[in-house]
Design a protein around this ligand. Structure first.
Ligand code: PSU
Ligand code: MN
Length: 302
């Protein structure tokens, strides 16, 4: 194994026995939710993965190593988020070489999961093509990473802070199959629908495991996006969310927020302005995704 990898013993054991493992990201903990709900959620999500018959591996960078699996103290450290870098691919070499603490995004988490031999990764929402990307060129490295790293990504779709239509176009261009679990509509994180149909629909994890196997046997490296709609009881009405998103985008524009700060700024704005409801939805859907991801990892390992 790569000497930059530091794998938690429980994760190492599962991997060496060919047991199912589910990777989890850390940016969602440090930059996506407030303390201490973020740490409670990270621990609860790991527990959901265990109950689903898989071993959780939360991924982050510490002391110059890519850590695959964090202990409770490390999760708490990232939850407090002080002086923690948001690390996408571009930031990995710097944070590793300087020995800085880094919370990994979807892109960086996938890359490290792949280095460790993990094939299934669960998150809340992925990065994508931003609204206005035609002039800003703001397209998340999550999408380019998904084009060539062979780790399946389970998410609740794409948050409508992004341009969902352009994100789906970009996924198509990059050869990334998009499958929605159990419905025809592509979900938009807080809402089960987005106004866009899902390119594919599957109703069982066995079908998704077989899709993954087919893709990789064809030599088509890269990810599959599995969109898992938020449970109905936790949906936030799309028109209510849209009002806040419009305001968040205007605030980002006014403050000249650019580059890697854009997504955390928008997420924080929404968290601050929509209060409890969106946070509860966020927590519920991540647990829901963890359950599906664990089932998929189990099916894939068979
Ligand atoms: N979208 C969400 N929640 C998140 C993120 C995105 O709905 O927590 C985080 C993820 O870590 C994702 C990253 O990988 O933001 C994307 O950042 P950027 O747009 O800068 O690539
Ligand atoms: Mn960006």
């Amino acid at each position: 194994m790569n000497d930059l990898l530091q794998v938690l013993p429980a994760v190492q054991e599962a991997l060496s026995r060919g047991r199912p493992v589910v990777a989890l990201e850390s940016t969602i903990i440090s930059h996506g939710m407030p303390y201490p709900r973020n740490v409670e959620t990270a621990l609860a999500v790991e527990q959901v993965v265990r109950e689903g018959g898989a071993t959780p591996a939360t991924i982050a960078i510490l002391n110059g190593k890519c850590c695959v699996g964090l202990d409770d103290a490390q999760l708490d450290f990232f939850g407090r988020g002080r002086n923690t870098w948001k690390v996408s691919l571009r930031d990995m070499p710097y944070v590793i070489s300087k020995g800085l603490p880094g919370a990994t995004t979807v892109a960086a988490t996938m890359r490290i999961a792949s280095m460790a031999g993990i094939r299934v990764f669960v998150t809340g929402g992925i990065g994508g093509v931003h609204r206005g990307a035609a002039t800003t060129m703001d397209i998340s490295a999550d999408l380019t990473e998904m084009a060539h790293t062979s780790v399946a990504v389970v998410s609740a779709g794409v948050k409508s802070i992004l341009d969902i239509g352009l994100t789906l176009e970009y996924l198509e261009t990059q050869g990334i199959p998009v499958v929605t679990f159990g419905q025809d509509a592509f979900p938009s994180f807080y809402s089960a629908k987005s106004g866009f149909p899902s390119p594919l629909r599957m109703d069982t994890v066995e079908e998704i495991a077989s899709l993954l196997l087919s893709k990789w046997k064809l030599g088509l490296d890269g990810s599959i996006l599995i969109a898992n709609p938020v449970p109905t009881a936790h949906e936030v009405p799309a028109d209510e969310m849209e009002k806040h998103i419009t305001q968040a985008l205007a605030a980002a524009n006014e403050k000249n927020i650019t580059g890697k700060e854009v997504t955390p700024f928008l997420l924080k704005y929404l968290a601050d302005h929509t209060g409890g409801e969106s946070l509860e939805a966020n927590i519920a859907l991540i647990k829901h995704n963890a359950k599906l991801g664990a089932a998929l990892a189990v099916a894939f390992s068979r």
